[in-house]
Design a protein around this ligand. Structure first.
Ligand code: BEZ
Length: 256
């Protein structure tokens, strides 16, 4: 397939078309062999044991959005601060109709003991229920299948730990966002909420959110909307910034 792609860069139209198709499929085959999921892929409907019982992922999600985030290990300091923060923000995720679920490569028993520590870290009553389930992946099966391992961080037996993965899944069960942090860098859950706000806004409206956007701020008109359509599409108005190139691509509109 690769030889054909090289041969067909000769300028012949029909062969060029064939070449493009082959190049596309070569890329897909290459990507399909890489660990991990691509944006737009239907998220695997895996089964797992969790602190709230056995789940089948799509049934767990139901009609909600979902966020699955992995952790290197139970009873570790950065993970404790992350799960503590995620637990404190759980009402913000539910307000956005996002179901939360965490994963760590330890047992249910460890997870149950660890959540008591996390609640204590949050200065909450030890009897409080933890607000979302944690998957027990002590055989690392799911971590491997979902491309979550961090080859640079190993446990005492030399086995790789899980990286800090974030998957946001839409109501159509497709992957909308993935983030991958190494074990040594804790995530910013305010940023994750901000991203969910952008994903949900842009799923409903043909807009894009600029750098550092916060909910309520102006948004951008995507470049594939022609000027004449933009005015009708955004009755609140479109402001176009003048630029040295005189190209009219930096277009803002109030958040719909
Ligand atoms: C932690 O969660 O503190 C951690 C875990 C693995 C490597 C480094 C830090």
């Amino acid at each position: 397939m690769i030889i054909l792609s090289v041969k067909t860069c000769s300028g012949l139209d029909d062969l060029n078309l064939l070449s493009s198709v082959c190049c596309y499929w070569s890329a897909r085959v290459f990507i399909a062999n890489m660990p991990g999921l691509l944006l737009g892929d239907v998220f695997p409907n895996f089964e797992a044991e969790t602190t709230n019982g056995k789940i089948k992922f799509h049934d767990f999600l139901g009609d909600s959005w979902g966020i699955l985030f992995s952790h290197p290990r139970d009873y570790t300091p950065v993970c404790t601060t992350e799960l503590g923060r995620a637990a404190k923000l759980s009402h913000e995720f539910s307000r956005r109709n996002v179901k939360m679920i965490a994963l760590s490569i330890d047992s249910l028993e460890d997870h149950r003991g660890w959540t008591k520590d996390i609640l204590a870290y949050n200065n909450e009553e030890s009897g409080c229920a933890f607000p979302f389930p944690i998957i027990a992946d002590n055989q690392r099966e799911l971590a491997v299948a979902l491309g979550m391992l961090d080859p640079d961080e190993k446990d005492k037996d030399g086995m790789p730990l899980t990286a800090r993965c974030v998957f946001v899944i839409g109501q159509d069960k497709k992957l909308k966002l993935s983030l991958l942090y190494p074990a040594t860098t804790g995530r910013n859950f305010d940023e994750i909420l901000r991203v969910v706000d952008s994903l949900q806004l842009t799923a409903k409206n043909r807009v894009a959110t600029p750098a550092d956007w916060q909910p309520g701020e102006r948004v951008m008109v995507p470049p594939n909307i022609p000027e004449e359509e933009a005015a009708a599409m955004f009755p609140a108005g479109v402001y176009t910034k003048e630029l040295p190139s005189e190209r009219k691509y930096l277009r803002y509109t109030p958040q719909p």
